[in-house]
Design a protein around this ligand. Structure first.
Ligand SMILES: Nc1ncnc2c1ncn2[C@@H]1O[C@H](COP(=O)(O)OP(=O)(O)O)[C@@H](O)[C@H]1O
Ligand SMILES: [Mg+2]
Length: 269
């Protein structure tokens, strides 16, 4: 087993719109990093429609109420998937993250903050939507990846996410992942234009990390509840996923930052 890195890196994945392939991306990147021996925690931040558990073949057992009442700790709610990979699935109760009152949300944030000492990497698969609870959660990460398709209905939502994160929380750097492309050259052209406009309007830096093709085999991996990268280790799609891991690895976590909900610039605004 690999020795633990000093600092945990927290990477947040947002999209605005759902159905863009974000959960598929997060589960596969997490599996790849875990294969490299990095202790990785996936957090399903989508408590209404969360499917990370389903994608990984896990049925969540915990409820928010049990954690808030102290019956179990958040650590008890984590499911080990493999040696290095763990999942905090969305809870099985009906309470959404957005419906929690401020105090309960803070209590959970503290519990999540505590978890980070156990892991090298924490990947958060956020719910779609721009509710304050969701954006506070997203803002507390080291790296921000926004996932979109090259359709206007999707990238306008990606724009909205970056607008909120930059204006409300002063987040300036984003990685952009484009999914479900039917025509790489066209997607590239559209997204370059999108980046140009967004960069100018929001005063942010955006790095286009990857353009993924439309890939029907992705749904097979969901049906089999196995990560795509396990089923198709030599597929070009898997190779593209590895490149993203590498790219994000090369951008180290800033110390004194990451999952610090109560010291983040968000507070007091
Ligand atoms: N690149 C892709 N090509 C084709 N289908 C995809 C791709 N990425 C994801 N999918 C499919 O799209 C659906 C939604 O994916 P999911 O990862 O749950 O999206 P999100 O988390 O953004 O809602 C799933 O059925 C999945 O198999
Ligand atoms: Mg999802």
């Amino acid at each position: 087993m690999m020795s633990r890195d000093f600092s945990t890196k927290v990477i947040s994945f947002s999209s605005g719109k759902g159905g863009v392939g974000k959960t598929s991306l997060v589960s596969n990147l997490g599996s790849l990093w875990a294969q490299q021996g990095k202790k990785t925690l996936l957090i399903d931040g989508d408590w209404h429609l969360g499917k990370l558990g389903i994608a990984m073949g896990i049925r969540p057992q915990w409820t928010v109420e049990k954690v808030l009442s102290g019956t179990i700790t958040l650590k008890d709610a984590i499911t080990p998937i493999s040696d290095s990979l763990s999942l905090l699935a969305s809870p099985s109760g009906i309470l959404g993250f957005e419906e929690l009152d401020e105090t309960s949300r803070h209590q959970l944030f503290y519990a999540i903050e505590d978890l980070q000492n156990e892991f090298d990497l924490i990947l958060i698969d956020h719910s779609s939507g721009l509710h304050q609870g969701v954006t506070t959660f997203a803002a507390a990460a080291h790296q921000h990846v926004v996932v979109t398709t090259s359709e206007p209905t999707s990238y306008t939502d990606a724009y909205a996410v970056m607008k909120i994160l930059s204006q409300r929380y002063s987040i300036r750097e984003f990685g952009l992942v484009v999914t479900m492309s039917h025509d790489r050259a066209e997607s590239q052209r559209i997204m370059e234009r999108f980046i140009e406009i967004t960069t100018a309007q929001l005063n942010v830096k955006i790095k286009l990390l990857e353009i993924f093709p439309w890939e029907p085999k992705l749904s097979i991996s969901i049906i089999k509840q196995r990560p795509f990268i396990d089923l198709y280790p030599r597929d070009p799609f898997t190779r593209k996923l590895s490149l993203i891991c590498k790219e994000l690895d090369e951008n180290p976590a800033a110390r004194n930052h990451g999952l610090q909900f109560f010291y983040a610039p968000a507070l007091g605004r």
